[in-house]
Design a protein around this ligand. Sequence first.
Ligand code: UT7
Length: 334
Amino acid sequence: MYTSRIAGLGHYVPDNVVTNEDLSKMMDTNDEWIIERTGIKERRWIDPKTGDSPSTMGTKAARIAIKNAGLTPDDIDFIIFATLSPDYYFPGPGVMVQEQLGIKEIGALDVRNQCSGFVYSLSIADQFIKTGMYQNILVIGSENHSGGLEKSTRGRGVTVIFGDGAGAAVIQRSEDSKGILSTHLHSEGKHAEELALIGPNTGRWVPEIISEDNPEDSSYYPHMNGNFVFKHAVTRFMEVIGEALATNNYKPEDINLLVPHQANLRISQFVQAKMGLSDDQVFNNIMRYGNTTAASIPIAMSEAWQEGKIKEGDLVCLAAFGSGFTWASALIRW
Ligand code: UT7
């Protein structure tokens, strides 16, 4: 069997910076509340005039990742695209990336696992590579949240948290022991509606919502039971990181860099303190981008790598938790 390594990383975020001060002009919120509860100072939101979308941002991030891997788009064998905010309801954005990159008619898969989407996708890529089916897989996480958020006081508990952006990684076949050591995937569907966007759905399509014309209806905006999600997140993050370490006989002190899904700075800090990790062992950039769901880990990993915080031989742990609930981790020897 082969191993799979991360051969190249890239990310792209829209230019349009939205500060907490900007949000306070749209809804009853303030910089102090947002920083204290979430750590977020600003996020990027797509300016619709630019034409940016999950697929175009994903393609921009992918071009950088492919270049950093020393490859060209034609070297890619397969595309995996993770998002909860696709360009279209269907088809998913994977096929659009195939077209935008001008790649031959390779397979393209879309993954719907919200905040855990990138780690789930990495796990899928790892299996395809281990079995020898593909050599270079492009994994993308990309989100356009801003287009679907409720920009009023009613939506403030969700809207202030989320940002737009994309990250990409080229997962490559390797014949040495370095690379992805293990991945761990979990779900608990009984909490599906604690963090969800319920409508439109196959029981209640857009025409029905439009015909009801009900201003009280918030079902087509994301809903989050914040406290409930927070409590589950801290527990599951620690469990799934512990699972990755135990599987490979490592301890928290062996981790060179933990790249957690950027859900909330308080969640990352809680996990860091409980696991006894130093500031140098944990990477956070939620302050600048907010929570970008499936894009948050690849954006963070790409920035950490650019800043020299991930080096050859390092032990890197990725961990995510989010809607579903789903949670996942990956342990990588770089
Ligand atoms: O990425 C996927 C996973 N997602 C997460 O892990 C997110 C987990 N949850 C959270 O990050 C936090 O629960 C939030 C940041 C969403 C909320 O923070 P909180 O400390 O749990 O606040 P809360 O929901 O308990 O709300 C406290 C108060 C409420 O007012 P009252 O009822 O105490 O008068 C809210 O109405 O803060 C109010 N509030 C706000 N005030 C100003 C809620 N949102 C805002 C806001 N600005 N944006």
